[in-house]
Write a new protein. Sequence first.
Length: 419
Amino acid sequence: MFIDKAKIYIKAGNGGNGCTSFYTEKYVNNGGPDGGNGGQGGRVAFRAVRNKSTLADFKYAKHFRAENGENGRSRYSAGKKGKDLIIDVPVGTVIKDEETGNIIADMFNEGMTVFVAEGGNGGKGNAFFRNSRRQAPHFSQAGEQTLEHAVTLELKTIADVGLVGYPNVGKSTLLSVISSARPKIASYHFTTLSPNLGMVSVYDDSFVVADIPGLIDGAGSGAGLGHEFLRHIERTRLLVHVVDGSGSEGRDPVEDYKSINNELAYYDPALLNKPQIIVVNKADLMTDFSVVDKLAELSGNAVILMSAAHHSGVEELIKKMYEKLSELPPPAPLEYQPFVFDKPDKDSFDVVKTDDGEYEVFGGMIDELARNVILDNYDSMQYFQRQIRERGIDKALRKAGVKTGDTVRMLDIEFEYVE
Ligand SMILES: Nc1nc2c(ncn2[C@@H]2O[C@H](COP(=O)(O)OP(=O)(O)OP(=O)(O)O)[C@@H](O)[C@H]2O)c(=O)[nH]1
Ligand SMILES: [Mg+2]
């Protein structure tokens, strides 16, 4: 199945916890603290690869998590770093933050690797907290927890030329005669159900042509296969607009040409700014060739008469495409300010008064504080109480109206406020 859009969840690894441990050995009393630091969590990256052409891999696999950092161990042994997770996507995939729609990365070039989520920091082991006043810290720091993020993947094929036109006009036949691609060809509408790519060789050079499903009137409002597939020609530099010159289905090629352009404009007016070559196909069935001049006059574009089925006009078309492409600027990735996920703000917190008259304190600072606190440990409780004063949490609580005897909740901790 052709899938060109997906929503997935990514999460970098948590940092490993620091270790609380004391050196022990035979004949050694009161060994000092020797708990090692936790390892950094693994990062998440995307990599652009050529051997994938759809996002089908992401239809069922939705959650992607890098490895957590290992916990620290005794004897100053630091936890191992978590392994990075590298997610392969087809070249041309645009990665966006699901919440804001902002672009995180445009995976435009093969092999490009973009790290999008940083692993959590490892917690410090108790060896780290030893100082002149505190010879035997019985606490260590927890690893930093990372957040999961929803991202959308959207494949926007990278090709030089896009083939557009009504169904059955011979787009796929055309692709099959100019390249080694072998798309399905048949004399009914919507034979092509997903984009086909073909590489066209010319002189010592080559370019890529994308054949997409045919458009019909009202595609913008979902008629036929709709506009969905125009996404795959957004990044082309040149359009080849194919019409059936013989009007074999009783339609007028000039009217067809106009309608298709209207559909393109409806999807995105920028599509009409792309240069076009018009191909009048099925010449073998034509008796009246005036349509060639009519289209040339109407559009001001080059018009090529051909028969894809009989291989006539093929050389001329390839030359024309090549000529046009060499005049055009090389393809370029989207222009965007890469979106970066916020790290939790370690300096901010909020106080809210809940419906039942309790006070809840939360935010990045509180989460950070929690990493340093082990509740049943005297040292660390003292540290906690000091921080509540020093970091202005106390003040904020009073401002919010807290009185002695009120319940304050912070993470898993609940205590009675004392002025
Ligand atoms: N007589 C004649 N028939 C042609 C020519 N080019 C294509 N055909 C026939 O037209 C029919 C449609 O061709 P396709 O290449 O499948 O058309 P398409 O534009 O890709 O159609 P969709 O994929 O449905 O949008 C097939 O039966 C082809 O054999 C041509 O130059 N002359
Ligand atoms: Mg086709």
